[in-house]
Design a protein around this ligand. Structure first.
Ligand code: ADP
Ligand code: MG
Length: 324
């Protein structure tokens, strides 16, 4: 129904602002967001808890009214796009209609849209054929998530919006879920998903929009974002090797020493580990750690003074950004 082409704009967020009133004063959840997403792209909204991802998604879906700015979805207002069946969504909360079988639920949802996918096709795409006869209130957490994904897909939407869809899933569930989403994206669909997992953004998105404290702090191909925030450190016990030799290893950007231990800051820790063990087989006690999103976010946002002070104080704001 929505005739996507590579050049068409899928989603346009212009100057979005949203402030919530709370007992402690205003909470500026979204402070001016501009993002344009081409039709057919898969984009991750990446950021720690409290960054404003869900608030942005709610405005994108017309569930919250922006204080300022505008949203356009395939050239339409969000509500019009949803009425047209052009948008499917899987939000952080939401229950399934009870006391129906999975197939009955999907069939019922399909009947609400002008040009739905065939029910059997949706069941297959979401990997829930085997549980189609089960009642929705008898499903495991992972199964429930898959059925919710099916409900989001059933209108055959041009845009699929997912808010931290894999949070409750185990590793296998995640894998199955993203296999479904990849198959859907391959039909030329636009997918926007919120996540606080860098790895998930890296593995499944073409592009990551990095959010912190209601703002976009970086926006680019996931490889770039990963390089920016995904730096890793190698520690090893290696007493008698000069730092200059270690600093020259491929993938190493800086070498430091604490007693017998060396600490290598890496742009490519895989290459660095291989080279380190090739050239210095006596290295022991290797440890590789990620700088972590949290630290990266603090670096990216640190020092920047916001146009308004968080009424709860910086420590509360920082604590809120702590990643799981
Ligand atoms: N309905 C609301 N009322 C008050 N504050 C809210 C409300 N919804 C979200 N917030 C606050 O807005 C900020 C952004 O929240 P949210 O958009 O949910 O972030 P994220 O999804 O990135 O975790 C947080 O500080 C959150 O506590
Ligand atoms: Mg959220």
């Amino acid at each position: 129904m929505v005739n996507d082409t590579a050049t068409r704009t899928g989603v346009e967020l212009r100057g979005l602002v949203k402030t919530f009133r709370s007992a402690d004063g205003p909470v500026r959840a979204v402070r001016g967001i501009d993002v344009t997403i081409a039709a057919g792209q898969t984009v991750a909204l990446l950021g720690p808890n409290g960054a404003g991802k869900s608030t942005t998604i709610d405005m994108l879906l017309g569930l919250a009214e922006p204080d300022a700015g505008s949203v356009s979805v395939f050239g339409m207002a969000p509500t019009a796009a949803i009425d047209a069946g052009a948008v499917g969504a899987m939000l952080q909360t939401g229950a399934l209609v009870r006391d129906l079988t999975v197939r009955e639920l999907v069939t019922m949802m399909a009947s609400l849209y002008p040009a739905p996918m065939a029910v059997e096709e949706v069941l297959e795409l979401a990997g829930i054929e085997q549980i189609a006869a089960q009642r929705t209130n008898k499903l495991s957490g992972g199964q429930t998530q898959r059925v919710r994904a099916a409900v989001a897909l059933v209108s055959d939407p041009g845009l699929l919006v997912l808010d931290e869809p894999t949070v409750a899933m185990d590793v296998e569930g995640r894998h199955a879920f993203w296999t479904t989403m990849r198959a859907f994206a391959a039909r030329g669909k636009t997918i926007v998903f919120a996540t606080h997992y860098l790895d998930e953004a890296d593995a499944y998105a073409d592009r990551a929009v990095l959010m912190a404290r209601g703002r976009v702090v970086a926006d680019g191909p996931t490889t770039e974002i990963k390089a920016m925030v995904g730096a890793r450190t190698i520690r090893a016990t290696l007493p008698d090797v000069p730092l200059s030799a270690l600093g020259r290893l491929p993938g190493v950007v800086n070498a430091d020493r604490h007693g017998d231990a060396v600490i290598l800051a890496c742009s490519d820790s895989d290459a660095a580990v291989r080279a380190l063990l090739d050239e210095h087989a006596e290295a022991r006690d290797l440890e590789i750690s990620g700088a972590g999103l949290e630290q990266a976010f603090l670096q990216l946002t640190g020092g920047e003074d916001d146009d308004e002070h968080d009424p709860r104080g910086d420590s509360a704001a920082a604590a809120e950004e702590t990643l799981r």
